[in-house]
Design a protein around this ligand. Structure first.
Ligand code: AMP
Ligand code: MG
Length: 427
């Protein structure tokens, strides 16, 4: 049997995360070829179908934004100098609606004149401010104005938001409502996006049976492949579910060989210290490279990260061996697999950042591990509070389902008092 990787490859959480980020950066830079994703595979999608996809082309302003000096209020387009002394009375020479054609826009606002103007309408030449309708009263062709304005008030100048040809959204952005709106605003009805990477899920364990099977007394239904599939989808990739592998090296190796044809392989189970935890052993026999074989976290300590088939023409496939305990699987996916999937999907890197909330009741743990404990974030507005849920450990999916986040406990803390700010990882 080949030697297993040494124990020294158990890293702190931050070091392990950094190792993944480094590899993800190589993928993103194109230094490491992925089979279908980053290696240039792109496709066009209609705007509506592009939400959640990663942009493969830069979106540029097709014209100045706004394309004309835009009034941000209903009111009167005026010369601010005419309102140095208020109240003042101005002559109303026209009405400008949003979308007004050139022939319906006064060509010039002269001294002592104003034009009634609507929000989103073009400000006519000569006017340098818009006074809000609230500060005016019109009687026929005269308007009395009770408030002064500074030059530029209530006007967005032409091109102030973006100049024609300037970059609005760069490639690598995952499309959300804002970037879609921006793309629509510059007339991009179709967008070039990266193909979704394919992520294989290989469940291991003699005790694991399919959801449709009737489990024997000591068998467990395969839930991890569903949590992983849902996380893979939310990370912007396509799950490829492989058959369940027994804890038997020949079959396991066959399925790993199938799995590494995808862009990424996620294994679940079989990475702990038990006699039948064969994942590392089989991958070692396959000459896999291991970046780490554990992280000082709870849950999820036995997590493994590596690359298999580095000598092949494709440059190899990254894999994560995620622990089989369901909550460990979910947490280690979030911490480590997600950033790699995002890179394979062509998405620009982002740091893992946590929100903070006040702790509702004291936490006592042993220090040494970074903990991601199922918790409930509650409270309202700026008074967010967080509280751990009672659980039976990392196999307890029911507790995880009562939670809506993870409280993050740093490795150097053993007592955290009620009322302290703690980091929260949303899910
Ligand atoms: P392992 O990491 O293989 O030692 O598994 C740890 C625990 O997680 C055991 O109690 C397994 O029965 C359970 N487990 C492993 N894989 C799955 C799975 N796919 N779905 C649900 N539970 C699992
Ligand atoms: Mg197992």
């Amino acid at each position: 049997m080949s030697a297993l990787p040494p124990d020294s490859s158990v890293l702190t959480f931050k070091d392990a995360r950094r190792v993944v980020e480094e590899q993800a950066a190589l993928v993103l830079a194109g230094k490491v070829l992925a089979r279908n994703a980053q290696a240039g595979a792109r496709e066009f999608e209609d705007l509506l179908a592009a939400v959640g996809r990663v942009l493969a082309e830069p979106v540029l302003a097709d014209r100045d934004l706004p394309p004309f000096a835009r009034s941000t209020r209903d009111g009167y387009a005026v010369r601010s100098a005419d309102l140095k002394q208020v109240p003042a009375t101005l002559e109303v020479i026209g009405e400008i609606k949003a979308g007004a054609r050139a022939e319906n826009i006064p060509s010039q606002i002269a001294k002592g004149q104003a034009a009634s103007i609507m929000t989103g309408a073009p400000v006519p030449a000569g006017a340098d401010a818009v006074v809000m309708v609230e500060y005016s009263s019109q009687d026929g062709e005269r308007v009395d104005v009770t408030r002064g304005v500074v030059p530029g008030e209530n006007i967005v100048p032409r091109g102030a938001e973006a100049r024609q040809g300037s970059l609005l959204v760069d490639r690598g952005m995952r499309l959300n409502e804002v970037s879609l709106a921006l793309a629509a605003s510059v007339g991009k009805a179709r967008l070039e996006v990266y193909r979704r990477p394919r992520v294989a899920v290989l469940t291991t364990g003699d005790e694991i049976v399919d959801v449709n099977a009737t489990p024997g007394a000591t068998q467990i239904r395969n839930s991890n492949c569903y949590s992983l599939a849902s996380q893979i989808l939310s990370a912007g990739a396509q799950p490829v579910l492989l058959p369940i592998s027994p804890d038997e090296p020949v079959k396991l190796r066959q399925l790993i060989e199938l799995g590494i044809r995808s862009d990424l392989l996620l294994l679940t189970g079989g990475v702990s210290m038990g006699r039948y935890d064969l994942v590392e052993q089989v991958l070692t026999e396959m000459k896999a490279e291991f970046f780490f074989t554990g992280a000082k976290i709870q849950p999820g300590r036995p997590v493994v990260f590596g690359k298999c088939g580095a000598g092949s023409s494709s440059g190899g496939t990254y894999f994560f061996g995620l622990p089989g305990n369901p909550v460990s699987t979910m947490v280690t996916f979030e911490l480590f697999a997600r950033p790699m999937i995002e890179a394979l999907a062509g998405q620009a890197a982002k740091k893992l950042a946590f929100l903070h909330a006040r702790l509702k009741s004291e936490i006592r743990v042993k220090n040494g591990l970074t903990r991601f404990l199922p918790a409930i974030l509650s409270g309202e507005f700026e008074n967010s509070e967080v509280e751990l849920v009672a659980w039976q450990g990392s196999g307890d999916i029911a507790a995880a389902a009562r939670a809506n986040c993870y409280a993050v406990i740093p490795p150097d803390r053993d007592v955290i008092s009620e009322g302290e700010w703690v980091a929260v990882m949303m899910r």
